[in-house]
Design a protein. Structure first.
Length: 320
């Protein structure tokens, strides 16, 4: 059966009482799954893959079960205990009773155990499987598998260095659907902080450009989850601008990478004028770091220095 999702939008009441518009979590999403194909969602951490599958399950009025990544075959098959009882896995329940089995982080599991999925990917309407408890279970007509991963299944990269290569026979059974970050959603998250929204978009443009030039995943990407965390910092006045830059944008990155990012961002800054002040402080933070490859004169023009000289208020932290 072909599945078509067209112009899917999911909205929630906005938590910010100052904003009357609903918060759009999924915006105008469309894709088609051909008959007999399985879905493999590919995308970076925190971009909404799990949330999307939950919404698909809700639309189809089906139960959604996150079985996680597969470390051992018994994560799929279950096993007989020492007393002879059968330890029933969630996958068994999905197969028998017609639920969506969501294999999250499929690329983070044991590739040898993951191959066992092939036994359950047959499109034969009379398919069945003999589980370790001796029961021959016929596949329920509504049983579906959806997988998700942060990589394309070809092994580790700069951001996901524990990932194994997924066996080719498993990869070929899934139709990849690429999921990325949505600036529209992040704009809603940071509606009260437009300067941070523009800075995050500008910073991500730099990491994306580095990844394209080096034909690999960029390290230290800013996720939608990170965006929500930055909003909490700002709402609660937990950290000042400099600390947020240190914790979320500078730490864990080497000087060569940071030099590339700030140079790229400088060239695009006119497209994101509200980010000027934050970018100027980023430059100073990077320049003052040990072993910096950048100099103040070469990087920061007079207009940016003016932005830096505007006092940055320290956070107010209430002491009980």
């Amino acid at each position: 059966m072909k599945v078509v999702l067209q112009n899917l939008t999911k909205a929630f009441p906005n938590r910010n009482k100052k904003i009357k518009e609903d918060f759009i979590a999924v915006n105008d999403f469309t894709f088609t799954v051909p008959d007999g194909k399985l879905i493999g969602l590919l995308g970076p951490s925190g971009c909404g893959k799990t949330f999307m599958v939950k919404q698909i399950a809700s639309i189809l009025n089906m139960d959604f079960v996150d079985i996680g990544y597969i470390n051992e075959e018994y994560d799929i098959l279950g096993f007989q205990t020492a007393t002879g009882a059968y330890s029933t896995p969630n996958f068994y329940r999905c197969y028998k009773y017609g639920k969506i089995a969501f294999c999250d982080e499929l690329d983070n599991g044991n590739s040898r155990a993951t191959v066992k999925l092939n036994s359950f990917l047959s499109n034969n309407k009379d398919a069945s499987y003999n589980f370790p408890n001796g029961e021959n279970v016929k596949r329920h007509n509504n049983f579906r598998i959806i997988a998700a991963g942060n990589t394309a299944g070809n092994g580790a990269d700069a951001n996901y260095n524990t990932r194994e290569k997924i066996e080719e026979s498993v990869q070929q059974r899934f139709m990849p659907v690429y999921v990325g970050y949505d600036n529209y959603v992040e704009g809603k998250i940071l509606a009260d902080y437009p300067e941070w929204y523009e800075f995050i978009v500008l910073f991500r443009d730099g990491t994306d450009n580095w990844g394209s030039m080096n034909d690999t995943a960029a390290a230290g990407i800013i996720t939608t989850r990170d965006t929500a965390k930055i909003k909490r910092y700002l709402d609660n006045k937990s950290f000042d601008m400099g600390k947020i830059l240190d914790y979320e944008f500078i730490q864990t990155k080497d000087m060569e990478y940071l030099a590339f990012l700030v140079s790229h961002m400088k060239g695009k800054l006119t497209e994101y004028p509200k980010a000027t002040k934050i970018f100027a402080l980023l430059c100073l933070r990077v320049i003052s770091a040990p072993n910096s490859l950048l100099t103040t004169a070469a990087l920061i023009p007079f207009t940016l220095l003016q932005a830096i000289l505007i006092p940055i208020p320290e956070p107010h932290i209430a002491i009980p």
